[in-house]
Design a protein around this ligand. Structure first.
Ligand code: ADE
Ligand code: ZN
Length: 312
């Protein structure tokens, strides 16, 4: 069995994937016939974080109806199942839905219905957008809290961490935690280890990206001691310019420091990747052995926010 076959056969979990970033060009043309697949491919091409955010804004504006969101979800689940994914937690950019003045309830009902029909268990993480500010984030936390018994397990936060720091969001995170939601904000993707500390002070249980932790040995020791995993996405970090090359990516150093790591796609269509490809990159670019890849895959179940993922 070669490494590609080995990775394909591994039962995997996907814990950090944005529904909005999963729309392949062919799906975009279905929901927005005025756009060509070539235009989508051109838009999905950038080498820095601001270029990525611009493309993200462009794509979310094309997702206009609950049926569009449902189609995106259906396609994502089909692709993940083909990769032997057995469990997923999917980020829904509720901050963006509010910004578009769309009906969060109708959209969530539509994607939730798709997730109940998926061939593996799916849970949802409602994401706020940092640059939309603390009041908006609290609203997202409230909307997530209303659905704790209805498939939502977490509260997250994406967007531009350089624009607004974590302490501003203390109320939203406190509210989310009190409502029984798990906390998984993005932090330390493009800025600093201090940004990860800021997320931890808010009670973060997993960190989206968090790769800047490598700059702070005390932080690495803390993450190891507290058993807090980093959700790492190699292709994403390369295409947003968060790292300059995959060879120099800190994944290996972070894992060797004993910090738990899970591998994810983040925005698979926008970063032209798949979960299997992320494992292949860990093997080829960072020298992860088959045993280490197996451990990474097991981490996906171990650090899931629901017991239903474990033992799958
Ligand atoms: N939203 C979707 N993908 C993101 C990323 N990589 N960083 C911040 N926010 C995001
Ligand atoms: Zn992300």
């Amino acid at each position: 069995m070669n490494i590609t076959e080995f990775i394909a056969a591994l039962p995997k979990a996907e814990l950090h994937v944005h529904l909005e970033g999963s729309l392949e060009p062919s799906t975009v043309t279905e929901i927005a016939p005025e756009v060509s697949a070539d235009e989508v491919r051109a838009r999905y091409d950038y080498r820095n974080f601001s270029g990525f955010l611009e493309a993200y804004k462009w794509i979310v504006l094309l997702i206009r109806t609950p049926a569009d969101y449902a189609l995106a979800a259906r396609r994502l689940f089909t692709r993940l199942a083909a990769e032997n994914v057995r469990y997923a937690e999917v980020n829904l950019s509720v901050g963006v839905i509010l910004w578009k003045e769309q009906d969060v309830g109708a959209i969530y009902d539509a994607v939730r219905k798709e997730s109940l029909n998926a061939p593996f268990p799916v849970r949802w993480i409602f994401d706020a957008v940092r640059q939309f500010g603390p009041t908006e984030a609290l609203r997202v936390a409230e909307l997530a809290a209303e659905r704790v018994a209805g498939g939502v397990v977490g509260f997250g936060m994406g967007g531009d961490e350089a624009r607004i720091a974590s302490p501003e969001f203390a109320e939203a995170f406190r509210f989310a935690r009190a409502a029984g939601l798990h906390l998984a904000p993005h932090a330390g993707e493009t800025t600093s280890a201090e940004s990860v500390w800021g997320a931890l002070r808010l009670g973060a249980e997993r960190i989206g990206h968090g790769i800047r932790a490598v700059e702070d040995p005390d932080l690495l020791a803390h993450l190891r001691r507290e058993d807090i995993p980093l959700e790492i996405s190699l292709s994403s970090n390369l295409m947003t310019g968060a790292v300059l090359s995959l060879r120099d990516h800190p994944l290996r150093r972070i894992a060797d420091a004993g910090v738990p790591v899970v591998l994810n796609t983040d925005d698979p269509a926008m970063f032209r990747t798949t979960l299997c490809r992320e494992y292949e990159l860990a093997s080829v670019e960072q020298g992860f052995s088959a045993g280490e890849l197996r451990q990474l895959a097991e981490n996906g179940f171990r650090y899931a926010f629901t017991g239903s993922a474990r033992g799958s």
